[in-house]
Design a protein around this ligand. Structure first.
Ligand code: FE2
Ligand code: FE2
Length: 283
């Protein structure tokens, strides 16, 4: 068992999710969004580390390291159980385990009659958080993601912390398009490293394209909520982002309902997993 605190500064990974959720609470206006003073000091420190240390070189090195998929071989359910060995140091009575969050998201999508692959995407979308168990620090696992190698949109929360990022000193990275082509498409763009990008590489061969977008960009709030990077996107990206936007409320707001019964739900989900994935995949 590995404790989350070891990879600090957050007390739990949910603390970041909860912060995003409060940021996009229904009815919050622009002023409230800009007011970061309500964020707990550990969340602030989390963003300071994330924005300072997520350089283009870092993101590319991690993508090369983990994108090779030679870490292990696991089935999807097995990966869920593995992720569950992350011990949440925050109150264990009120917080859901990782499996429960995954099941809640999937069940909410299922209730609304969405395609089976989208239900499956809800189930697996956060499995990239196993990066924490590989020893990666929280700032390299969760957090709002953003393109690296081009100017940071002022729509990114705690934008001021980019002051400390060494990429600031590379003039080539400081134009809106940076090293990329205007409207050249997100496929050419390196994103900050985290659980989204990692799981995309693990699952891309098995899922339809909208599912790949949902997984890869679900934490890309600077675009799917704030439209800060439309200048890098193609018409096809925009089409696919309709799915990312459709997915987001299930990720943010499906928490807080009754605890799902993992034992009862397992047969349904094992069957669904087997429709798309072999018994073991490379991680
Ligand atoms: Fe996530
Ligand atoms: Fe999630």
């Amino acid at each position: 068992m590995q404790s989350l605190a070891a990879n600090g500064p957050l007390e739990s990974l949910e603390q970041w999710d909860d912060d995003v959720k409060s940021r996009y609470k229904e009815g919050r206006d622009e002023t409230a969004f800009r007011d970061y003073t309500t964020a707990p000091p550990v969340v602030r420190e989390f963003y300071r580390l994330n924005h300072t240390l997520q350089t283009r070189d870092f993101a590319r090195a991690k993508k090369a390291e983990y994108g090779a998929l030679n870490r292990s071989q696991m089935g999807i359910w097995e990966a869920m159980e593995y992720l569950n060995t992350l011990v949440d140091d925050s109150d264990p009575d009120t917080d859901l385990s990782q499996i429960e969050h995954n099941l809640q998201t999937a069940e909410a999508i299922r209730r609304d009659g969405h395609p089976r692959w989208m239900v499956l995407t809800g189930l697996i979308h956060d499995l990239g958080k196993v990066l924490c168990l590989y020893g990666e620090p929280q700032w390299a696992v969760v957090g709002d993601t953003f393109p690296v190698g081009c100017a940071w949109s002022d729509k990114i929360v705690f934008h001021q912390f980019f002051e400390g990022n060494p990429d600031k000193n590379i003039p080539e990275y400081q134009t809106p398009e940076g090293v990329y082509k205007l409207h050249g498409g997100l496929s050419q763009v390196d994103m900050s490293w985290g659980h989204d990008e990692y799981l995309y590489h693990v699952t891309r061969d098995y899922l339809p394209e909208p599912a790949q977008y949902m997984i890869r960009y679900h934490s890309f709030y600077p675009q799917h909520r704030e439209n800060g990077y439309t200048h890098l996107m193609t018409a096809h990206d925009h089409e696919m982002f309709e799915w990312v936007k459709k997915f987001n409320p299930y990720d943010l707001y499906s928490k807080g309902h009754a605890k799902p019964d993992a034992v009862a739900l397992r047969p349904y989900y094992e069957k669904l997993i087997a429709e798309y994935f072999p018994a073991k995949i490379r991680w």
